[in-house]
Design a protein around this ligand. Structure first.
Ligand code: AMP
Ligand code: GLY
Length: 443
């Protein structure tokens, strides 16, 4: 069994780690944007280059003749690498370009969801030309000044601006909307939702959808949810596969939305979605709403759930690409996980620490270390890049135990890196629960 893994960092290190645990002992051929030390250890070949250069990727694929390919990051998926692989006869565990619009086009996603789960979509409008009067009326009157402006294409998580956070005045919001239209031809303006965000990722093969444990990410750079947005500074999952601030109904509805979305994608695109469907939700006063969908594993979300997977990831990928995904093929341990990302001290503001040396203590049995933007020299010395360095995962019977494991590990790492000490702590989780209690007693 030979697998081609298209990679950019820690998410794919976690995927490779789960593949390597398979009884099928697959041979992993990785193509990655960096010389990732984790992938280097787990792959028989690691090719470093531009993963958006499809002819280069395909040259490697055609030589390796893999049984299947897994594509981790959003850009190659959004740009149609699955189509190119399948045209060459290589089954891909990633949706084709048309289906990946659920992530790569905010307007496609919103329109599909409005027709599928209307009660779970915020009020929104798509503008394809700059109409200041209409735009002003929609933002100021219809949305009462509480709005979000979304660039309508992939922008590494940086295309969304929220009023009161990134946009101080309606004029600023209108200017950003104008910029989005000029650059991308389209912009989505929507109601700003207030609540607590969570993610539910599912393995999907057509209309067969098998869910993973629910996850909470922390996008802000600094403790207390302050500072600029990042790719995600850390995540946790609980042993019951739900989250402390969610009701049974919230989780059931999120699962139903992922199912209905997979079905709607089949109908809209005329072909089955095969890969990971990542539902980004927010629990609000009267239920849940969809914030966004992604067409891939999250990073760090994959770092939490894949170490808990007790069944065979290779068999799951085979089943997905073959079009039958029995539910009992997917099993997760009932344990809690806390992932804290180590990032260069000045991340995401500048890349001042790039090239600095970082050293890690030995990894205890109940922890995992997944390498992100880090390079290893010939002497085995590790140097940080400009982006997130490594995801540290603690695994325990309880969230408290998992948090302690991750935190103790992070504190022993030497080098100019930092992490958010508050992620997964009882205090932060209690704060989320209080937010939900306050919102829901208002209903
Ligand atoms: P997205 O790229 O759509 O996930 O948006 C990035 C982040 O922007 C989300 O994780 C939310 O924190 C925030 N966001 C997006 N849409 C909304 C919304 N309608 N209301 C409030 N916050 C939002
Ligand atoms: N952690 C958020 C994402 O992968 O999009």
């Amino acid at each position: 069994m030979k697998i081609l893994l298209v990679a950019s960092g820690a998410r794919e290190h976690a995927i490779a780690d789960a593949l390597a645990r398979s009884p099928q002992k697959p041979e992993i051929i990785s193509v990655c944007t960096t010389n990732n030390p984790g992938l280097k250890r787990l792959s028989t070949e690691l090719h470093v280059g531009n993963i958006l250069d499809f002819p280069w990727v395909m040259e490697i694929a055609q030589k390796a003749k893999p049984d299947l390919a897994i594509v981790g990051p959003d850009d190659p998926i959004g740009n149609g690498l699955a189509d190119v692989l399948e045209d060459a006869g290589i089954p891909a565990m990633a949706p084709k370009k048309s289906l990946a619009r659920i992530e790569s086009s905010k307007s496609f996603a919103r329109d599909l969801l409005r027709n599928t789960v209307p009660d779970s979509v915020p009020q929104y409008r798509v503008f394809t030309s700059y109409e200041p009067k209409e735009l002003n009326k929609f933002i100021a009157q219809d949305l009462k000044g509480n709005y979000v402006v979304k660039y309508d294409a992939l922008r590494g998580g940086k295309g969304v601006k929220v009023s009161g956070e990134h946009l101080a005045t309606i004029e600023e919001g209108m200017q950003y909307a104008k910029d989005c239209i000029e650059e991308g031809g389209r912009v989505v303006i929507e109601e700003k939702l207030v609540g607590v965000e969570f993610s539910l990722l599912s393995f999907v093969s057509g209309t067969q959808v098998v869910d993973m444990p629910a996850i909470q990410d922390h996008k802000r750079a600094y403790a207390g949810d302050t500072g600029p947005n990042t790719g995600g500074m850390g995540t946790y999952t609980d042993s019951d596969h739900s989250l402390p601030f969610l009701t049974r109904e919230d989780l059931a509805r999120a699962k139903e939305i992922n199912r209905l979305t997979a079905q709607a994608l089949l109908t809209a695109c005329g072909e089955p979605y095969r890969g990971i469907l990542y539902g980004g939700f927010i629990a609000v006063a009267d239920g849940i709403r969809v914030i966004e969908f992604n067409a891939r594993f999250g990073d760090p979300e994959a770092l939490n759930v894949l170490p808990l997977l007790s069944s065979d990831l290779v068999a799951i990928c085979q089943a997905i690409t073959q079009g039958t995904l029995p539910e009992d093929l997917v099993r997760f341990d009932h344990k809690a996980t806390v992932c804290k990302y180590l990032a260069p001290e000045s991340y995401p503001v500048s890349k001042d620490q790039r090239g600095a040396v970082v050293t890690f203590p030995p990894v205890p049995k109940n922890a995992r270390l997944f390498f992100g933007d880090i390079a290893e020299n010939e002497q085995g010395i590790l140097h940080v890049g400009g982006s997130r360095t490594a995801g540290i995962v603690g695994i325990g019977e309880t969230l408290a135990e998992a948090e302690t494991i991750a935190e103790e590990f992070c504190r022993q790492v030497k080098g100019p890196v930092r992490h958010r000490a508050d992620i997964g702590t009882a205090a932060l989780i209690e704060q989320r629960m209080q937010t939900m209690r306050a919102l829901r007693t208002l209903v």
